[in-house]
Design a binder for this molecule. Structure first.
Ligand code: FES
Ligand code: FES
Length: 197
């Protein structure tokens, strides 16, 4: 028989009471009980970083002291019951009423995403880094994101986005990308040229 327990989770500033199986992971509770599907279920065994969330001790004064929303932790290898004394921030809680977090804005401005699967975890790991170290070096950025795997981007744009979020560079270096509509009308024009002698 499966044992269940009632637990309390503090997520993105809200408290939730949940009846869950004792072996429910924090990731499962976030995705399937609270419907916060921004945290991704990648490897489900602590290898890929897609499930990264931020966590700090409940009621901690770290944020007031300018420390931010805590450490990046892997929610797929954290039991939901063990997260009861933590304040959790998921990607859904990263923006504030005043707008996107600078990390989110920088990832968009730089174009540091393709399929997007790794992005919530990447952005939260980046936020944890910048809260501890406002002007990180490239090796520090690489180290901080080393637990977050991306199968699409090749990482260069991701590191650039973190530097942009830190104010270390501007995103202006991005080469202009032709829009699909422009590309489509170009090929249409070429097709017409080929038909009309
Ligand atoms: S889902 Fe891959 S580390 Fe958690
Ligand atoms: S953008 Fe696809 S895995 Fe990173």
């Amino acid at each position: 028989m499966r044992k269940t327990a009632t637990i309390r989770l503090h997520v993105n500033g809200e408290e939730h009471a949940l009846a869950v199986a004792v072996q429910r992971t924090l990731l499962e509770a976030l995705r399937y009980d609270l419907m916060l599907t921004g945290s991704k279920q990648g490897c489900d065994k602590g290898d890929c970083g897609a499930c990264t969330v931020l966590a700090r001790p409940l009621g901690s004064r770290l944020q007031a002291a300018g420390f931010g929303r805590g450490e990046a932790i892997l929610s797929c290898i954290t039991l939901a019951a063990d997260a009861q004394d933590l304040e959790i921030t998921t990607i859904e809680g990263l923006a504030t009423p005043s707008g996107l977090d600078p990390v989110q804005r920088a990832f968009a401005d730089v174009g540091a995403l393709q399929c997007g699967f790794c992005q919530p975890g990447m952005m939260l790991s980046a936020r944890a880094l910048l809260d501890k170290c406002a002007k990180p070096t490239l090796p520090q950025i690489q180290e901080a994101l080393s637990g977050n795997l991306c199968r699409c981007t090749g990482y260069t744009k991701i590191y650039e986005a973190v530097e942009v979020a830190a104010g270390l560079r501007s995103p202006a270096s991005r080469a202009p990308v032709a829009s699909e509509r422009a590309a489509a009308s170009d090929s249409k024009a070429q097709a017409v040229q080929e038909i009309v002698p």
